[in-house]
Write a protein that binds this ligand. Structure first.
Ligand code: UT7
Length: 325
């Protein structure tokens, strides 16, 4: 029982217009639709247009989240953008979003936790709302991962896509139980000893360049399911809830094999799993809010549903959020 809780007031998402199929990729690298689909579950991904930046994707998703909540930017006091592909090394993409949304009050900052970014951002926003530091927070995951791919490396370039998703969180000051709407628990983890397994080949302080994505895919795969299920167990332990009570499992969309293995290990039936990886690829920090928006817009996720989110990615970072939508 807590007094203050963060509640999802609205959601939104945005995908760039251009779609790149697996067949398109076969004209660029030595790969096939069959290999990509069998190993990852991906068929297509969206790619940002020239001149379309991460902040543009974020703003489009944020506007929809505000509209779905029936709120204005004046009602927001904090913007958090989770991204690994900022418009610039600095300032934060979140301040570009803030300016583009016409907001000069409050504060805005980025969070960098790669594919776990949206989970980290939700955990941060939730903590700030609970502590009274913020009352309404736009939490956005936005990426233009296509900009940091090595388009000659078939082991990585077939995996990722661009997009953005957002939720507007608001405070509820009333006495709460586990049956009431809102974020019930958040858990974040990292272990930097794994940082070389999934990273970029450069950075401002090391090479002075942006670098491109490098991944030891098999190594990441090896750790993924165990780390994810551990942090989901933390969510169940701290709430007393169990996998059988979950209405929707909305995992980070990196690979359908990881998603399905995790669901199997937790005994979550396949029909309760939201999968968007086929159409979006891995959009890093954007993948969970994109999947949430997809399933809320098509009527699957309804108010009051118990929703389990999880992610794992570069760092390694990983985490879970359990919420009532
Ligand atoms: O979001 C952050 C978290 N990231 C992840 O969760 C990604 C985790 N890893 C994975 O999803 C998988 O490891 C991959 C999808 C990246 C790779 O699947 P895999 O089953 O682990 O394949 P592999 O890396 O073991 O490669 C198998 C073979 C290799 O050939 P040899 O050495 O067996 O001859 C690769 O060279 O597949 C080859 N290969 C490809 N073939 C066709 C690698 N990429 C491709 C490709 N097309 N695009």
């Amino acid at each position: 029982m807590t007094l203050r809780r963060s509640v999802v007031l609205g959601h939104g998402s945005y995908l760039p217009a251009r779609v790149m199929t697996n067949d398109d990729l076969t004209r660029m690298v030595d790969t096939s639709d069959e290999w990509i689909y069998q190993r990852t579950g991906i068929r297509r991904r969206h790619i940002a247009a020239d001149g379309e930046f991460t902040s543009d994707l974020a703003v489009a998703a944020a506007r929809k989240a505000l509209a779905s909540a029936g709120k204005e930017i004046a009602d927001v006091d904090l913007i958090i953008v989770a991204t690994t592909t900022p418009d610039q090394t600095f300032p934060a993409t979140a301040v570009a979003v803030q300016a583009k949304l016409g907001m000069q009050h409050g504060a805005a900052f980025d969070i960098q936790a790669v594919c776990s970014g949206f989970i980290y951002a939700l955990a941060t926003a939730d903590g700030m709302i609970k502590s009274g530091m913020a009352r309404r927070v736009l939490v956005i995951g936005a990426e233009t991962f296509s900009r940091i791919l090595d388009w000659t490396d078939r082991t990585t370039c077939v995996l990722f896509g661009d997009g953005a998703g957002a939720v507007l969180l608001g405070v509820s000051d009333e006495e709460q139980t586990l049956d009431d709407r809102g974020i019930l628990t958040t858990h974040i983890r990292s272990d930097g000893t794994h940082r070389d397994k999934l990273n970029t080949t450069g950075g401002p302080s090391s090479t002075g360049t942006v670098g491109v994505v490098h991944m030891e895919g098999r190594e990441v795969f090896k750790y993924a399911v165990g780390m994810i299920t551990d942090v989901i167990d933390d969510a169940f332990r701290s709430t007393g809830l169990s996998a059988g009570e979950i209405d929707w499992f909305v995992p980070h969309q990196a690979n359908v094999r990881i998603i399905d293995a995790t669901a199997r290990k937790l005994d979550i039936p396949s029909e309760k799993v939201v999968r968007t990886v086929e159409d979006h690829g891995n959009t890093s920090a954007a993948s969970i809010p994109l999947a949430l928006a997809t399933a809320a817009d098509d009527g699957r996720i309804k108010k009051g549903d118990l929703v389990l989110l999880e992610a794992m990615g570069g760092g390694f970072t990983w985490g879970s959020v359990l919420l009532r939508w």
